[in-house]
Design a protein around this ligand. Structure first.
Ligand code: MLT
Length: 327
């Protein structure tokens, strides 16, 4: 009898959670980087689209910078699993698994995977004062000035760090530049525009407006081929086109809840996410910034998790080849 009552209470709690969700309590998107950067921008756009389909959903963005995104991930992994604290993160979810020797959470075990949002190309950009105007001139300039230049990134395991590492490894210029970490690429972009740093590899979400305004110099995109369909990016070669054989880096963004979030809440969040991915306003905004909204199995919870597991396996040897780890 006692067991039946316990079971009945558990079932009631499960449905109470689903029925009452989200209620008046805000849903926090924890963003692992500074406000104004690409992750923050994409999270705000997604929150706006999900607000339309999650009745009563009151979203807030919480920027928790540091340690390449792992501080934010730790916070969400340990948060109350009630659907009110979610992590909006990118490829760092997979990259940090190979880069950090010690993490306070297990990327594949301590989260519920809610679905992927978009694929995001990156761009190699330089400060406006750089004398180079083409990728070839830029590479020659880097070689001629080895040791004197610096490259900005958003912390170990960030997308900008991963991209910079891969590019420096591919052109054999790992020691040519000093790396300067920031709390996100928003402050790094300000430093680049101001000429305090020389180079950065950042997501198109924030580079497109700056390239268009002529505030930074762009040299190449990181996708396998040129982005011929994009009004701004079409003018820049891919790194493969410039002879970096096999160079192909597109990052992605996804949404995560702490492990143990009730099943009906997860379903409600995944349904709202999938509706957002079909929202014409959301799609238009993302495409203008060079990103491609996910339309495949990765928008499903299981598809998202399987993809991230494959990314962890793919990135680990690349990170090992670059040979720089963090504690
Ligand atoms: C940001 O939002 O600042 C970036 O996503 C940081 C990065 O990973 O490069």
């Amino acid at each position: 009898m006692k067991r039946v009552l316990v079971l009945a209470a558990a079932v009631t709690a499960l449905f109470a959670n689903a029925q009452g969700y989200p209620g008046s309590k805000p849903i926090s998107f924890v963003v692992p980087f500074a406000a104004g950067g690409p992750t923050d921008r994409a999270a705000r756009d997604l929150a706006e689209a999900m607000r339309k389909t999650l009745p009563g959903g009151n979203f807030v963005i919480e920027n928790v910078n540091g340690a390449g995104g792992t501080i934010a991930a730790t916070k969400v992994a340990k948060a109350n699993p009630d659907g009110h604290t979610l992590l909006f993160w990118h490829i760092g979810m997979a990259a940090t698994a190979g880069l950090y020797r010690k993490l306070q959470y297990k990327p594949l075990e301590d989260f519920e995977y809610l679905g992927m949002v978009s694929d995001v190309p990156m761009t190699l950009i330089g400060k406006p004062q750089l004398p180079a105007n083409t990728y070839r001139d830029f590479e020659n300039y880097i070689r001629a000035n080895g040791g004197k230049l610096n490259i900005a990134h958003a912390g170990l395991g960030s997308a900008s760090h991963l991209c910079g590492l891969m590019w420096q490894t591919a052109v054999n210029a790992k020691e040519a530049m000093t790396t300067i970490p920031y709390g996100g690429t928003a402050p790094a972009m300000t430093a680049l525009i101001g000429g305090q740093v020389d180079v950065m590899c950042d997501q198109t979400i924030t580079t497109v407006p700056q390239i268009e305004a002529g505030r930074v110099k762009a040299f190449a995109v990181t996708t396998a081929s040129r982005l011929s369909g994009h009004k701004v990016l079409k003018d820049y070669p891919s790194l493969q086109e410039m002879g970096l054989k096999g160079f192909n880096l597109t990052i992605w963004q996804g949404l995560y809840a702490p492990k143990g979030t009730p099943e009906p809440v997860l379903k409600q969040l995944n349904d709202a996410l999938k509706l957002a991915l079909k929202d014409p306003d959301f799609i238009k905004k993302q495409e203008a910034l060079g990103t491609v909204v996910v339309t495949d199995q990765r928008m499903e919870r299981a598809g998202h998790k399987a993809f991230v597991a494959a990314e962890i396996a793919k990135l680990r040897p690349l990170i090992e080849a670059a040979g720089k780890f963090a504690d």
